[in-house]
Write a protein that binds this ligand. Sequence first.
Ligand code: NDP
Length: 358
Amino acid sequence: MLIVEDPQRTRRLHRIATRFGQKFREMTVETFRAIVVSRGEDKKQSVAVTELSPGDLMEGDVTVAVEATTVNYKDGLAITGKGPVVRRWPIVPGIDCAGTVVRSENARFKPGDQVILNGFGVGETHTGAYAEYARLNGDWLVKMPDGIDGRTAMGIGTAGYTAMLSVMALERHGLTPDRGPIVVTGANGGVGTVAIALLGKLGYEVIASTGRTEEADFLKSLGASEIIHRDELSGPAKPLAKERWAGGIDAVGSHTLANVLSMTSYGGAITACGLAQGMDLPTSVAPFILRGVSLLGIDSVMAPLALRQEAWARLARDLDPAKLEALTTEIGFQKVIEAASDIIDGKIRGRVVVKMDH
Ligand code: NDP
């Protein structure tokens, strides 16, 4: 990726850091916008855009002025209450942000540094990213790699970083483009679109599985060479079926993952990161004991710092910026709650980036 140093932007970020850092130190930032998810005594969940003060943020040694955030499937579950993501009430949801350090008691960071946060329970048990400020533990933060800015980082977000972790896991298994095609399920989703763009750039033949076959041209423009309908994979799986791919990145789980495993060629590997169809895995041991297939688990939330840094450095290098732009939709902060419902209803194509205006 081309590294563009923009002195004007750097000066602006330092101005933000200085202005807000000073305000934070002097506690003159009185209120800022945030989304809060609450639960009543009847356990009914509600969500609202509101004003918070610095005292509402949980403990942390680094305060970040949030420049951009995003809407992941997990954020959709947290805001709609359709999955048990939130484990502390009330909470500011939002599992991802990128921004500028405005205050730091952590030796790794100083005001003005650009950082990325993915996971670590932020937006689940720790006040999260859907606010103009986030107070975080410095051990959770990755320094922004060269060539990436906050908007780009959140175009990628946890979904894209998970796609990268998945590609890296396939590589560690020894899969190379000459071994055969890679299937990507949930192809029009966040993990799926970024996975296709990465695999395409790395020279793999990609088979995209989707319920939205009308998006075939879009998926091909990202790097897919063949599109299959997800119905081919969504019913009960045979223990073994005809070998169709050397590997796969699965964001769907359940019968889909079982079918993907049963169609993997000898010695291949499939990564499992998601549960869009379901959390179950109705499979047999046949692919493992008769074809030596491996199932590789991917967790982005607690991934160690070294792995995160490697994944973000690879994203800066191996993700084509034009393809990322093509799969990204930008929305304002006021649209986050609506986008959270849309992602659960499968209406979002690719990734959503949320730009914050300070
Ligand atoms: P998205 O909602 O963006 O994409 C999910 C895609 O899955 C949809 O676009 C759709 O693709 C497909 N899908 C949805 N429902 C079904 C269904 N019933 N059967 C088959 N396919 C379906 O989510 P993300 O890409 O952001 O995340 C995907 C999954 O990965 C989620 O379950 C998420 O929780 C998980 N995840 C896990 C992480 C980890 O650390 N392990 C990190 C990030 C995400 P299409 O329209 O093309 O069919």
